[in-house]
Design a protein around this ligand. Structure first.
Ligand SMILES: [Cu+2]
Length: 368
């Protein structure tokens, strides 16, 4: 969470210097504008207006105790979001806005939803480098979605056979492809909670997906009643694999997803919250980092052309995170989360924060 502790003045200064050094190399390229959102308990502003084009949303939780998140939605798809902002913390995300009406979402606020009206004309189409980034990341996402379907089928077969040992062994490999592309899954409304909600995230009756079966398997050592749950899971991952084929992607959003994956690590893997029955959190940890790196790699050429120092620093910090994780295992085989000492989690967490800080500067460098 350290990375969010940026005083507002520092944010303003960096925004100014961004303009001054011309991070958007071509003078013909659209300039990124910024919109400041101050979060209070009152929730979302009733109506925001913006011009089409690259836009950075700077969110500061001034004094809201009931709101810690700001999202922009198109229908029920999340286009951009900043989570985990407790009072005093700031964060930002960048999007290329297209003309239209969108919803802003401030869960927990007095006004949970507001409007965002974007006027003007759509930005010109992507640069060749932007096109290449989207194509590369799309290929990655499709591959992970296909792997998810096949790994889930192996897991499901064991569950339906009441093969407890087999299901336990097949659980971690099925989690990996999902955790690699979770931000993309999160853009499809309630598909992510259906597949990956933890107990307590959703009303008890709606609790299903991976973690429901994880609980039965690892906490209760039984698969009784799990066949319909795993059948629903198979359907949901198949739906995901279909949807990703025509998901709209843009470079800034890919960069945001790369940062979101590291936030996932800080919020639910460093804490042992995600895999609270199987304790395979480090498997997800690695998968989140790999997914983050794949997203970053696809936009890296665009960023490297503008700021090679930044990409060199990020490359080094990815290597540092992977090196910090290596002593604990690899692939689908890691020590259980419960074996980690306080010192271990502290070191892992520091490596993630050190990477998240420069990585959060990527999105601004890929717009325009
Ligand atoms: Cu997850």
């Amino acid at each position: 969470m350290e990375r969010f502790r940026i005083p507002l003045t520092a944010l303003t200064a960096s925004a100014l210097s961004l303009g001054a050094v011309g991070a958007l190399a071509s003078p013909a390229a659209a300039k990124s504008t910024s919109i400041t959102i101050n979060l209070h308990d009152s929730g979302c502003p009733k109506k925001l207006t913006a011009k089409a084009g690259p836009t950075t949303f700077k969110i500061k939780n001034v004094d809201a105790s009931s709101v810690s998140e700001f999202e922009i939605l198109s229908g029920d798809k999340i286009l951009g979001e900043k989570e985990n902002l407790s009072p005093g913390l700031s964060g930002e995300f960048t999007l290329t806005l297209k003309p239209g009406t969108y919803t802003t979402y401030c869960p927990g606020g007095d006004r949970e939803k507001g409007k965002l009206v974007v006027t003007g004309t759509s930005a010109t189409k992507l640069s060749p480098a932007g096109e290449a980034a989207v194509a590369q990341y799309r290929t990655y996402v499709e591959k992970q979605a296909t792997d998810l379907v096949s790994a889930t089928a192996i897991f499901a077969a064991a569950v339906k056979d009441n093969d407890i040992a087999g299901a336990k062994a097949a659980y971690a490999p099925a989690r990996i492809p999902y955790e690699r592309i979770e931000p993309v899954a999160e853009t499809f409304g309630d598909l992510d909670p259906k597949i990956d909600a933890r107990a307590g995230d959703v009303p008890k009756k709606q609790f299903g997906g991976f973690h429901k079966i994880e609980q039965a398997l690892f906490a209760n050592n039984t698969l009784v009643g799990m066949t319909p749950v795993v059948e629903a899971l198979e359907e949901n991952v198949a739906t995901l694999a279909n949807l990703v084929q025509d998901v709209e992607l843009e470079p800034a959003q890919i960069a945001n997803g790369s940062v979101e994956l590291l936030n996932e690590v800080s919020a639910s893997k460093i804490t042992g919250e995600e895999e609270r029955y199987s304790h395979i959190d480090l498997v997800d940890f690695l998968a989140n980092v790999e997914g983050s790196q794949a997203a970053y790699d696809s936009v890296k050429p665009i960023v490297a052309a503008k700021d090679a120092t930044l990409t060199a620093q990020i490359d080094q910090r990815f290597a540092d995170v992977l090196a910090a994780l290596a002593p604990f295992g690899s692939g689908a085989t890691f020590v259980p989360y419960t074996d980690l000492t306080k010192d271990d989690t502290k070191k892992l967490s520091a490596a993630i924060d050190a990477l998240a800080e420069p990585l959060s500067k990527v999105a601004k460098n890929v717009v325009g």
